[in-house]
Write a protein that binds this ligand. Sequence first.
Ligand SMILES: Cc1cc2nc3c(=O)[nH]c(=O)nc-3n(C[C@H](O)[C@H](O)[C@H](O)COP(=O)(O)OP(=O)(O)OC[C@H]3O[C@@H](n4cnc5c(N)ncnc54)[C@H](O)[C@@H]3O)c2cc1C
Length: 486
Amino acid sequence: MLRITLPLPKDVTPAPTTSRVAIIGGGFTGASLARLLAVNGQYGPDDIVVFESRAGLGGGLAYGTRNPSLRLNVAAHRMRAVPGDPQAFVHWLSASGRLDLDPDAVGDGGIYARRADFAAFMAEQIQPFLDRGSVRHVRERAERICRRHGRWQIEGDRGASVQSDIVVIATGHPPPTPPDLLSDSLGGDARLISDPLPSGALQAIGPDDKVLVVGAGLTALDALGVLRAKGHCAEVTLLSRTGQLPQPQASGDFAPHGDFLIGVPNTALSLLERVRFALEEVTEAGLPWQSVFDALRHQGQAIWQALPLVEQRRVLRHLRRRFEAHRFRMSPQIAELVERERAAGRLRSRAGRIVAVRPGHAEIVVDIATKPHGIVVRHAARWIIAATGPDHGNVIGSQSCLADMEGSGLLRKDPHGLGIACDEDSRAVARDGYPVEDLFIAGPLARGAFGELTGVPEIAAQAERIVQQVLAMRFATTRTITIRSL
Ligand SMILES: Cc1cc2nc3c(=O)[nH]c(=O)nc-3n(C[C@H](O)[C@H](O)[C@H](O)COP(=O)(O)OP(=O)(O)OC[C@H]3O[C@@H](n4cnc5c(N)ncnc54)[C@H](O)[C@@H]3O)c2cc1C
């Protein structure tokens, strides 16, 4: 096979050939791991390498956007990104002057900052370690990860080749896959936007074009916010199985309510009963229902791990949708937009599923079997946006490096199809069922083992635990530092 090594851009130093820890993915998860490892000071130059093709570390898919209309869904004081300094982001917002530049960030119940500002905050956290060379950013996508002579060999898509003692997979959210019927009927048709998240994805939509969004979660509302911010004023319809939109955040500050760890429920039904009971309690006490879902989130990992596999499956089958609609809530700014748009009759939501698609010249016509009676209605729109979210079930298939590792038996899907299988120490579980001691799974990819592992505070805590384990490891090899010649 012919391998072409492209010249490196001027601002990029060549990748080292060896490292102690190679982190694959430099979003919030990868950047947090690198920073925590570097803070410890145990490693020398080039010992920590992050493969990430984006220009900066810390933003990733979630926050790596310049679009000012995209905000965090969570108030800044709840984005506890830095272990040991939970209010670091709030303080940074004021000290950096970003808050003065963005007065709309202040909403009912806190500061809902721009996602780009959170990325800038994370970038600043890691910058001193990049400057010192204790963390090296290899601006490449890892394409192949394999075992060679007792170490890992990572190859990037632009020629980097790094040997490492430890690998941490932190590749985050896989790309979405639009529903089959849409891709079969509209494959190659530019009017189907299969991923609204990349910047510029909605650019071609004209101000008067009717839009059908498939999905009604936070990604769908992001798309609505981006459209309206760029002057789009035509009707937007959100289609989902239930027709329900995410719930709003509660105003004011309140503590999580409910202790699910005393006599932890060990069935889906007993968990549901405990949640109902806690909801009754907060209603009587005049507290927001959101306080119960915040408690579930904080205690989520222990609750999940106490459930046997079969009960975890029941939770996913029967409770997941309802839980997620209350857990992943919209910012007050988006809640206001939704209210305004509904009142103006420009935003509709519909429960049902698409049963036929006909791409016409001017518009795409879809037949929707509506809920609850299955009556089929016809809907026409100029554009269809698939906002069904990341395709976690296909996370391994979406990446050549992960598919290769699965092929070699080094990792496998978790039993629920939420990500990659790992044990309670975040070590990948190989095909034979044993953990691989020097291969870690970090961030949302590890949700199968931990349940609740999507939000910043939970990921930061997992990163801290992984770092403790990595620092305790002894290496069989001695490192020689050589720089690959160009
Ligand atoms: C749009 C969106 C908004 C969110 N908002 C919030 C919020 O407000 N508050 C909150 O607490 N949580 C939020 N989340 C949850 C989010 O899961 C976490 O906060 C966190 O950002 C996940 O970070 P990550 O690095 O694991 O994943 P990602 O953000 O997906 O980043 C993964 C990175 O890995 C890189 N990568 C992938 N494959 C490779 C490869 N083969 N080689 C090299 N690099 C690779 C990608 O380029 C990407 O930069 C949001 C999630 C999304 C998707």
